[in-house]
Every structure is written in C-alpha cells, then in structure tokens.
Write a protein that binds this ligand. Structure first.
Ligand SMILES: [Zn+2]
Length: 286
C-alpha cells in the first residue's frame, strides 16, 4: 500500500467507522509553487488531510471545500477534495503578522465546510477552537452534524496525514471505549508516516481491537482549472481591462494559483473572447 491514499476501516465489535489518510507526493506537489512558513504549511496540511477524510466519509458526487477566511495572520486558506479524491489547495498569510501558534494564526477567522454535490451546496460553519483544526472539526461534527467524531491531524513539509473516527449513528457506544480510541490515535507521530503507513499502521494502532480494513483509495493532486474557467476570469475582468493588459504586455498571462499552470491569451484570443457569439474553449483540465 502506498502513500497518497485513504484507507477506510471498521471495528468488528464497536459501532465506529474510521479512515486513515497519508499524503506524500500529492502534498509536496500542493506546496511546490508556494513558500509557506512552517505554521501555515502545517495548517494547510491538516486542512488537506481533513478535506480528504471528509470527502471519503460522504456518499456523494461532488466537491468538499474547507475554507478559512482569516482576519489577521492567516488571510485565506482553501482546500478542495472531490468525491474521486482529487485534491488541491492553497493559503495566503499576511507578511505583517507573524503567528506563533494556531490560535494566533486563526484569530478572528471564519471557517466553513461546503459540500457541493451539484444541486444545492450545503455549508456548515466550523467554530474555530483555539487549540487546533482537529479540535475545531470534532466540535463541528458533534454539534452541527451530530456524529461524535475523533480527529487526528499531522503535517509538515514532507507529509500530511490524519485519522477520522466516527460513531455509527443510531448505535450506542461505551464511553470508555470511545475515550480509549481517542487516546490511541493521539499517540500517532510523524515517525509513523515515514514509511508506507496504511494497513500495518492501522493494525498496530488498534492491536487490541478486531479491525476490518477495506481497500485503500488513491488520492491525487489534481487541479480543476481549465482554459474555459480562465476565460471566464478574463470576461469578469472585462473587455477594457483585458485590452489594456494586452496593449501593455503584448499578451495576457493567467497563472493558476493552485497548480501553477500558465495560460496565455494573445490579441486573437481576446478578440474571440469578447466577440458577440463566443465559442468557448474546450473545458479541458490540462
Ligand atoms: Zn490549476
């Protein structure tokens, strides 16, 4: 079993569903074009692992977006994971505010989880807990979704990982067992993810329990940007602005902030874009 996957599992004698996510290559690719400090890197990694775990836990066809709109040190953070487990994300931090911990980083920030399955997107507000994103999400699951959950998240510049444990709705659970499971996942450390953490790690972690491990699902870094969506950005910018940029630079370059993909528009492209009957570019994801 390789990294960049989510491994779902269940307990034979406890009403708990779980999943373990371990990101390596996909996570480093997400960081590639950015220069985040250690705290922002860690918070983005926690968010990426969490978005993957949430997407895996839902039966849906669409996109999960975890977003933090900052007020001080962290200006913005957004991670998206599709139901096919295609992941992308980015963050921006204020150069004027340095934060020493999660609490300072997210002071006054607003956090939301949106599940968009096409028709009516559902948005839940995540109250930010001072201590960590994991604690914030535990409160969110308990209060808003009413599914008691344990969340463990770990990340640095090399890996992002996490475990989500959720009680099966409608079944009662012994409190001591539930606390014991929380304690077990809290023992995870970065060292557990140095190799290919998956089946073996789950077995080691819950050695006392009868755990059933399911087929792992692959997670990929994959951006959802396209030529067509970039054209929409230029259309929103407007004809005058686009022509001005073209006159100044000879061509317009639009860089996707998520994946670094560069798209160029010359005079002919801009003419076509603002002509009356526009033929859109193919909606490819190159
Ligand atoms: Zn992109």
């Amino acid at each position: 079993m390789s990294a960049d996957s989510i491994t779902p599992f269940g307990f034979e004698s406890l009403p708990v569903k779980g999943a373990l996510i371990h990101l390596s290559r996909s996570w480093r690719r997400m960081l590639r074009d950015h220069d985040y400090d250690a705290l922002v890197t860690e918070t983005l990694g926690h968010s990426a692992a969490a978005a993957g775990l949430i997407a895996q836990s839902l039966k849906f066809d669409g996109v999960v977006t975890l977003q933090i709109q900052g007020a001080s040190a962290l200006q913005m953070l957004v991670v998206q994971c599709t139901s096919d487990l295609d992941l992308r994300g980015l963050a921006s931090a204020s150069p004027e505010h340095a934060a020493a911990n999660f609490s300072e980083l997210t002071a006054g920030a607003y956090c939301a989880v949106t599940v968009d399955a096409g028709d009516r997107p559902y948005q839940g507000i995540v109250e930010i807990d001072d201590t960590s994103l994991a604690a914030s999400l535990e409160h969110y699951f308990a209060r808003s979704v009413q599914v008691p959950s344990h969340v463990m998240l770990l990340a640095d510049s090399e890996f992002a990982a996490g475990v989500l444990l959720q009680q099966v709705p409608g079944q009662s659970m012994d409190d001591d067992d539930w606390k014991r499971l929380h304690f077990l996942i809290e023992t995870l450390s970065p060292r557990d993810f140095e190799g290919e953490a998956g089946l073996e790690l789950i077995g080691k972690l819950f050695a006392e329990d009868d755990v059933r491990v399911y087929e792992p699902r692959r997670v990929n870094f994959r951006c959802r940007c396209s030529a067509r969506k970039t054209e929409d950005v230029l259309k929103m910018l407007g004809e005058d602005e686009s022509r001005a940029a073209l006159a100044e630079q000879g061509r317009i370059e639009v860089i996707c902030e998520y994946c670094g993909h560069r798209r160029h528009f010359d005079a002919v492209d801009v003419e076509r874009l603002f002509a009356d009957n526009v033929v859109p570019a193919p909606d490819s994801v190159q």
